[in-house]
Structures are given as C-alpha cells and as structure tokens.
Design a protein around this ligand. Structure first.
Ligand SMILES: C=C(O[C@@H]1C=C(C(=O)O)C=C[C@H]1O)C(=O)O
Length: 292
C-alpha cells in the first residue's frame, strides 16, 4: 500500500444524509466529496427517513427536518448558514383541497409520511390561525389515494411539485401554499430543513466537520452564482420547464441568518405550546468556539 492509499484508509468516514428532493440541490450539486480530511458517504432518502437515521446514529450529519432538530436538539448542533427556507410562497409545501378550506378544516386531512416540519406546520396553522381540529391520517405521498381517503392532502418536495403540475393540466383541487399561509399570518420566514450534525461526531471529528461545512457552503455559492446549471439539470431529471425551475429556485433561500432563525424560533414556540414538542427549543449553532 502506498502512502496515499494508507492516508485514504486512515480517514474517518462521515455519513451524510441527502434529502432526495430538488430543494436541497444548491448545497449538493457542486459538493465535491473528495476531501482532504474525511471520506464521505452519501445516503439519499426522504426527510422522514433521514430524521430517523440521524436519531439512530446511522448517519452523522446533513439536512433534516427542522422539527426533527427540535425534538432532538440536545444531541445535535446546527451548521451555520445552511437551511431550506422561504419567505412567502415556497411552492412545494402544498395542501390540496377537495372542498372549501372551511369544510376541510372540519373533515379529514391526509399527511405525507415523508415530512416532519410541514405536517406540524399544518397542525400549528390549523389550530392557531383557524382554531380548527380536523382528523389527521398519515399516508404515502400518492395524491389520488390520499384524496380517496380524506378531504385534503398535504404533500411536500418533488411529490408536491409533480402533483401540482398534474393539477394544472387537469384541475381538480384548490391548492394552498403553507409557507405563504405562515407568512401572511406571522410575517415571518419559515425554515423547513436545517443542516444538523450529531454532537458525538462534532467532538470526535471537528476538523473533518469544518471541511464538510466549507464544502457545502462552496457548493451553495457556486449554485447562487450560476442558477442556470441547476435549472437545466432539473428539467432533465424531473421534467417541467426551465421557466418553472427558475421560479422555483428563486423562491427558495438556503441561509440561516437571524431572520430565518427568528421564524423557526416562533414555529418551535407554537409547537411547544400545542404539545407537538415536549420541551422548549433553543437553536444551538455550531462554531469552532463551541467545540474548543
Ligand atoms: C421546502 C421543502 O422543505 C422540506 C420539508 C421538510 C419537512 O416537511 O419535514 C423537510 C425537509 C425540507 O427539504 C420541501 O420539501 O418542499
């Protein structure tokens, strides 16, 4: 074994979850997994699966539902300035309605099994903005099946985008954008995903984690500088028009500054107030200082 191979062998392997929805592409599209200090293994899945894998420790870091961070905030630190956020319409957190909202609020709503943040966002909006308490069912993200069982259906990510396109072609349902509803009601940003890292890994591998944070940040900056390459890739892989994807990516924000944090803090306050989370959540942002 030569020196280089030996060095490669000795590197820690860091297991990174990758949400398999388009909304995280800016952070992954230019992410170069060839790092100096670590080997990287990518595990693609929907958010709910990654939330569980993080909790169990079968992945070390990556984007998870903000709600899942809130539930396990003692065990995780947050990466600075990475998120999936929006202010106003997000276009992929959609409640499809078979009847007027006022009736759906007293009926049944089917919730996608792939989400954690958005299903609780819906519960918060329904309980606090509309003072309603519909019956909730948890279902796989297949709109027609959900609508056969319920009066409304919540989809997220690419499942929501595809269902929206079908509904434009063949209109059957009213569509409500939950991020727009949150913003109209509170005036705040909403953060759907945060980049979390297990505290045990931060303590063991601070140098590796630093390099990975930088690689995500570099990918994000390249994507901001050249949005068109993501747009073309989305058309190729998922379909739809370039115009749609330009609009979609322009509506997303991947920062996690004080404005996004304030919105998420309010979400956690409401989640605690409604008993959706059993403790108050403090956002614990990772920095070199906190790991010594
Ligand atoms: C904006 C979105 O955010 C996603 C919503 C999530 C949730 O509801 O738990 C988790 C991760 C995000 O990527 C989306 O999927 O459309």
């Amino acid at each position: 074994m030569n020196h280089e191979q030996q060095h490669e062998q000795e590197k820690e392997t860091i297991r990174i979850g990758r949400i398999n929805y388009t909304n995280v592409w800016p952070m992954f599209y230019h992410f170069n997994p060839k790092l100096q200090t670590a080997r990287v293994e990518m595990i693609p899945a929907v958010p709910a699966t990654l939330n569980k894998a993080m909790k169990e420790g079968s992945i070390d870091m990556g984007p998870i539902s903000s709600f899942a961070y809130g539930v396990s905030s003692d065990s995780y630190a947050l990466f600075p300035d990475l998120s999936v956020s929006a202010k106003g319409k997000v276009n992929s957190i959609l409640l499809f309605l078979k009847k007027p909202l006022s009736e759906v609020l007293h009926g049944k709503i089917a919730l996608t099994t792939t989400s954690a943040t958005s299903i609780n966002l819906l519960k918060i909006i329904v309980a606090k903005r509309y003072q309603a308490s519909p019956e909730y069912l948890s279902m796989e993200p297949v709109l027609e099946q959900m609508m056969a069982a319920a009066d409304g259906a919540l989809l997220i990510g690419d499942h929501a985008i595809r269902a929206y396109w079908d509904n434009v072609q063949n209109p059957k349902y009213e569509v409500m954008d939950l991020c727009e509803s949150w913003h109209d009601w509170t005036g705040e940003w909403m953060t759907f995903a945060v980049w979390a890292v297990r505290k045990d890994i931060v303590e063991r591998c601070p140098v590796e984690i630093r390099e990975i944070v930088d690689a995500f940040e570099a990918s994000k900056q390249l994507s901001i500088a050249n949005p068109e390459s993501l747009v073309q890739e989305a058309v190729k892989q998922i379909g739809g028009t370039a115009q749609y994807w330009r609009y979609y990516f322009a509506g997303l924000n991947h920062d996690f500054g004080s404005a996004q944090q304030r919105g998420l803090q309010l979400y956690f306050e409401y989640a605690y107030e409604l008993g959706l989370i059993d403790h108050e959540v403090r956002l614990d942002i990772w920095s070199e200082n906190t790991v010594g």
